[in-house]
Ligand binder design. Structure first.
Ligand SMILES: *Cc1c(COP(=O)(O)O)cnc(C)c1O
Length: 366
């Protein structure tokens, strides 16, 4: 048996007729930049997130960066986030000349350790980016309290958390969140895509300018902006897929629950734990074991693809090492990155395949 880590072909095959129709409609209309399909998707996605506005962009990375810019984050400002995320969570902070201030993770939730945030706050702290990693939310209420006390903006990195909930509320739990529609995400398009979702009209307006060369009206430029719109074609694809997102997420939950049930008797692995405060979007299913590399090799030989999210923590990536970060700075993240292994998870993964992965993991530890 051969099991890909994420097999996008299955979903495309399942909905091929509908998707080709969606694409054909755009080709027939020949509207490729902005236009009704983008407006429509933005409204639908804002509604899905229970927010007033969403602004389609060309990536999750730009969604994070524009959210920072729209909040007035400037060179020299400090932005708190985690070293255990995809690189661009921190990269965007550095790209605008601000300074990422890393806080280690909670070993159970894999997300920011809320007890370690306040010690990192200085007079330059301006914002915090909690990451809802693997689809599980960070513990938001303590973050909200700290942000209020120290007057910090909160920008939630929801790039892996479409549909995740914190205390019954879909993320972003606070005013503003950044999403990615990279093909493998819970809601993915046929290329790069992203969005900022917000209840704040001013933030929405600023991001509308930032994404379109600083203009709302053609040839009338208000600021120096960027070129980062969500393609109309991608918006149309996303509108179609959004209708199925709850169903996709339910299927992911089924996969995660089945793994949890089947793997629970193996002493040498630590399984992910769903925190009581929330409901995960189950983007990634990461187990931990000290025999990670050997387990990965074993599964590969049996035709099972796995991924490490992430093999090198952000602070140990070259550009941050040059800024003076080094091994030992964030011990929990570092230990974690040496132990984690993400098993295949996607909505179309069958029970039989989950059973196969389970039997091969058991075989390794037997
Ligand atoms: C995917 C991802 C991003 C970046 O999104 P892109 O669309 O690839 O730019 C940022 N943060 C996290 C946690 C992600 O998973």
């Amino acid at each position: 048996m051969r099991i890909d880590f994420v097999d996008l072909k299955r979903q495309n095959k399942l909905y091929k007729k509908d998707l080709m129709q969606v694409i054909e409609n755009i080709v027939d209309e020949a509207v490729f930049i902005m236009g009704d399909p983008l407006d429509r998707f933005e409204k639908e996605f804002a509604t899905f997130c229970n927010k007033k506005y969403s602004v389609g962009l060309n990536s999750g990375t730009d969604a994070l960066m524009f959210a920072l810019l729209a909040h007035g984050i400037k060179p020299g400002d400090e932005v708190i986030t985690v070293p255990n995320s995809y690189f661009s969570t921190a990269m965007v902070i550095s790209n605008i000349g601000a300074v990422p201030v890393f806080v280690d993770i909670n070993p159970v939730s894999y997300n920011i350790d809320v007890t370690k945030i306040e010690e990192k706050i200085t007079k330059n702290s301006k914002a915090i980016i909690p990451v809802h990693l693997y689809g599980q939310t960070a513990d938001m209420d303590p973050i909200v309290a700290i942000a209020k006390k120290h007057n910090l903006a909160i920008i939630e990195d929801c790039c892996q958390a479409h549909g995740a909930k914190y205390k019954g509320q879909i993320v972003p739990y606070t005013e503003t969140g950044a999403f990615s529609f990279y093909p493998g995400k819970n809601l993915g398009c046929f290329g790069d895509g992203g969005a900022v979702v917000t209840d704040n009209e001013e933030i929405k307006d600023k991001i509308m300018l930032l994404r379109n060369d600083g203009a709302l009206k053609k040839y009338t430029h208000k600021i120096f902006g960027y070129k980062s719109r969500l393609d109309t074609l991608q918006a149309a694809v996303l509108s179609f897929k959004l209708k199925h997102l709850n169903e996709f997420n339910a299927k992911r939950k089924h996969v995660a629950e089945l793994y949890l049930k089947k793997l629970s008797d193996i002493k040498n692995i630590t399984l992910p734990k769903e925190m009581e405060y929330g409901s995960s979007a189950n983007h990634v299913f990461a187990i931990q074991t000290k025999d990670r590399n050997k387990l990965q090799e074993h599964l590969e030989k049996q035709g099972i693809a796995t991924v490490i999210h992430y093999p090198t923590p952000i602070h140990l990536q070259e550009p941050y090492k040059k800024l003076g970060f080094s091994l030992g700075d964030f011990p929990i993240t570092e230990e974690f990155s040496s132990r984690i292994l993400s098993l295949p998870i996607f909505p179309e993964l069958t029970d039989e395949e989950i059973g196969y992965v389970n039997s091969k993991v058991h075989e390794f530890f037997a």
